[in-house]
Design a binder for this molecule. Structure first.
Ligand SMILES: *Cc1c(COP(=O)(O)O)cnc(C)c1O
Length: 371
């Protein structure tokens, strides 16, 4: 069945129609900064000063943005968060982990750890999509892990320690848009194609002294670790403002621009407030509109960086997203495997709160026309 031909009036449209949860909107100023340096930067050696200065700038900016406590280090490597799950499996879990699974991304780390023949099966704390699972102190567990923000469902948890083990937070979609006190975690890891509005392919981790020690301990234990996934190698390279193998230079520069943009506007408090403002626009609309319901029932668990809104059965969400797409308003479809009659909207710092308001007006318009 084809989509009905619905033209959204220009005055209703957002200034920028990109609402994807990653890769996400890249601000034009980031691209301008990239083109301004491109000729002397892109296509040059990542072992030389020009590129290493940008890596240094990114590492410094991230430490400042997240107010890294003394002894924490910014470490980076290639392969995105999906590679970091394997890095953590090989290089951070000593014997047994307890992991939270309340969506696709949390489950992926569970799968990696479960598949590792040198580790005990993890203790898994599960909760249905749209809710959150909480971790609890448990004997015999040396590593705890949870997503900060489950991008597949739009549910988020506060960053808080449990027990004595190493604490890991997958902050891929939260870092830069959700609050964090790094003393509450040992490994705050993410990739820059979400709140940092950069490209994919890189992982970045803030490691506490305990995490740095754990990495060294596991390497010294003689466990087999593939070179590409060796955290101690990544730590050594990062200290020299390099990566083990060739990174995307564009990704690094775009991320550094975004970090400096957030810092220039007042830092993490500013970006957290900006995302919260966008989220309030979305959820207030979803609460007061008769055909919409926030998917995450518990208001305290509703993410302020990824919003999910269910539509009533009589409204076809796929048709709504399809018509929006025809009109240049992109990627409001739900996470593909969730299979709900839903809209999912990125609320990352780059996205203007006014554009989220415009999006809600566009949805109302399309739903009115579809009826
Ligand atoms: C996007 C995302 C990932 C996957 O990141 P990649 O860089 O594509 O591997 C992992 N975890 C969360 C929470 C995400 O949002």
């Amino acid at each position: 069945m084809g989509l009905p031909d619905i033209r959204i009036p220009a005055e209703l449209l957002p200034g920028d129609g990109r609402f994807n949860c990653g890769p996400s909107k890249i601000r034009p100023a980031q691209l301008d900064a990239l083109s301004a340096v491109a000729a002397g930067y892109l296509g040059t050696s990542h072992r030389q000063r020009t590129v290493r200065d940008q890596v240094a700038r990114l590492r410094r900016g991230i430490a400042e943005l997240f107010r890294a406590p003394d002894g924490y280090e910014v470490v980076l490597g290639n392969g995105g968060t999906t590679a970091f799950w394997e890095v953590a499996t090989f290089g951070l879990v000593r014997e047994r982990a307890q992991l939270a699974s309340f969506g696709e991304f949390g489950q992926k780390l569970v799968d990696s750890v479960t598949a590792a023949p040198f580790l005990a099966d993890p203790s898994v704390r599960s909760a249905p999509a749209g809710t959150v699972a909480t971790l609890v102190a448990e004997d015999g567990v040396d590593t705890y892990g949870t997503p900060q923000n489950e991008t597949s469902t739009g549910a988020a948890v506060p960053v808080r320690r449990v027990g004595d083990g190493l604490m890991l937070h997958d902050a891929t979609s939260g870092a830069g848009g959700l609050p964090v006190d790094l003393t509450e975690t040992d490994v705050y890891y993410f990739a820059p194609q979400k709140c940092l509005g950069s490209e994919g392919g890189l992982w970045i981790a803030l490691l506490s002294p305990a995490a740095l020690d754990r990495a060294a301990e596991i390497t010294a234990s003689g466990r087999y670790v593939p070179a590409f996934l060796d955290l101690t190698t990544a730590i050594d390279n990062s200290r020299k403002d390099q990566t083990y193998n060739t990174p995307s230079l564009a990704t690094i520069l775009l991320a550094a621009e975004q970090v400096d943009w957030i810092l220039g506007n007042g830092g993490l408090d500013w970006s957290v407030a900006r995302c919260a403002e966008s989220a309030a626009v979305l959820y207030d609309w979803a609460d007061r509109t008769d055909y919409t319901t926030p998917f995450v029932a518990e208001p305290a668990s509703r993410s302020t960086v990824v919003g999910t809104v269910d539509l009533a059965d009589h409204v076809d969400a796929a048709a709504v997203s399809g018509v929006l797409r025809e009109n240049g308003v992109l990627d409001t479809e739900p996470y593909r495997k969730l299979g709900r009659n839903q809209l999912r909207v990125a609320l990352f710092p780059s996205i203007e709160p006014a554009d989220v308001a415009a999006l809600t007006r566009c949805v109302d318009h399309v739903v009115g026309q579809l009826a």
